[in-house]
Design a protein around this ligand. Structure first.
Ligand code: HEC
Ligand code: HEC
Length: 333
């Protein structure tokens, strides 16, 4: 995760500007009171990863030669190796990964760097494991064309750069690899009125040392069960996703019947939300990611032609609806 974070930041100074712009848009929406559908509101900011201070990202590892282990793996890597390329803690979990999937080829990063070697991803990125190949190719076309990841969040801009940096042969290799992987859900969804107070660390929320709690309000708080697993890019990193009370049952109704003029999610994504044809699965995926994408659809930041039904759908959903349906989807296996 360290390497990835560093690359994310060092990659483009323009990205910093991007974040300032998002910050501005959020503040503006807050001042305006009622936000337009084209803006990310202050009430939605939690779904977007917060960037660590540059100095933190660029700091050299304190002990580059120290051997790192993680629970359950027989392997070990030095911190310097981890910073060099994504470790493969559990080679038994996935077929051999080659080429761009596992190794960077400048200016392209390796897919594993941001999505882990088994495609499980982290809440700040996405989960390519088990996505339909046609959908992966379509999304690359969208990133390349600037129809996805245009202005917010900054992480999307990285994917746009990445999509333009990889060759078509690399894309085929990666799309074949990830579409054949079995997706393993990593987040346990827990309804809770109060949650541990959190701060952002390397693009993810972690509990404050004080152990203090606060009301959850209208948001999802997704945190790694073990920060070491996360920071050392373990593809078995487990997450706890706290959601407001009653979200899951409410989300089940939206998935099955829709809400207001929004159609039932199941009518396109399949009754069990496992995906249909090139329409991606939602079951078991990071609930933070699901909400973030719904916001990006609504604000027109996913504007490829295939996204049209989702732009329509997301514009009919309140933040509360999005949280509920994401909580339900994430709790499915
Ligand atoms: C520098 C980090 C980075 C690298 C390297 C990277 N990605 Fe991504 N990728 C992202 C982020 C961040 C997103 C989510 C963008 C968003 O929030 O919309 C993403 C999204 C995706 C998506 C869309 C997933 C979905 O469900 O819609 C696919 C597919 C994908 N990446 C595949 C790949 C492949 C294949 C590679 C290697 C060739 C790769 N990525 C390399 C950061 C990266
Ligand atoms: C009319 C059909 C339709 C309905 C109804 C629908 N979806 Fe979708 N959804 C799609 C399509 C098509 C895509 C893929 C868009 C693309 O290819 O860019 C998609 C993509 C998504 C994605 C992005 C997944 C990813 O991997 O990035 C999310 C999240 C999503 N839908 C959530 C929902 C939720 C939640 C509901 C119900 C509230 C819903 N959808 C209802 C058709 C639909």
């Amino acid at each position: 995760m360290r390497t990835e974070s560093k690359k994310w930041v060092v990659a483009s100074a323009a990205m910093l500007l991007g974040s300032l712009l998002i910050g501005g848009a959020i503040a503006h929406a807050q001042n305006a009171g009622a936000a337009s559908k084209a803006e990310i509101t202050a009430a939605e900011a939690w779904a977007f990863p917060v960037y660590p201070p540059l100095a933190e990202l660029q700091a050299p590892p304190p002990h580059p030669k120290e051997l790192v282990h993680i629970a359950g793996s027989t392997r070990s890597y030095t911190q310097a190796q981890i910073d060099q390329s994504t470790p493969d803690w559990f080679p038994q979990d996935h077929p051999p990964a080659s080429g761009i999937v596992a190794e960077a080829r400048k200016p392209a990063g390796s897919c594993a760097e941001c999505h882990l070697i088994d495609g499980a991803g982290v809440p700040a990125t996405a989960t390519p494991a088990g996505l339909p190949k046609a959908y992966i190719l379509e999304q690359f076309a969208a990133f390349r064309a600037g129809q996805r990841g245009i202005s917010a969040p900054r992480t999307s801009q990285d994917m746009r750069k990445e999509a333009r940096a990889v060759t078509d042969a690399e894309l085929q290799l990666a799309a074949n690899y990830f579409s054949k992987l079995k997706f393993v859900p990593r987040a346990r969804v827990i309804e809770a009125a109060t949650v541990p107070k959190m701060h952002w660390k390397f693009f993810v929320q972690v509990p404050d040392k004080s152990g203090a709690r606060e009301p959850i309000g209208e948001r999802i708080v997704e945190t790694p069960a073990n920060f070491d697993d996360y920071q050392y890019s373990s593809d078995r990193t487990a997450y706890t996703a706290y959601v407001p009370p009653d979200s899951i049952a409410r989300g089940a109704v939206i998935a099955a019947k829709g809400v207001g003029t929004a159609a039932a999610c199941g009518s396109c994504h399949g009754a069990t939300l496992q995906g249909v044809g090139a329409i991606p699965p939602l079951a078991g995926r990071s609930p933070t990611y699901i909400v973030r994408e719904l916001i990006l659809f609504r604000t027109g930041k996913r504007s490829n032609p295939q996204a049209a039904p989702m732009v329509q759908e997301a514009s009919q959903l309140s933040v509360k609806d999005m949280i509920a349906v994401a909580a339900y989807a994430a709790s499915r296996k």
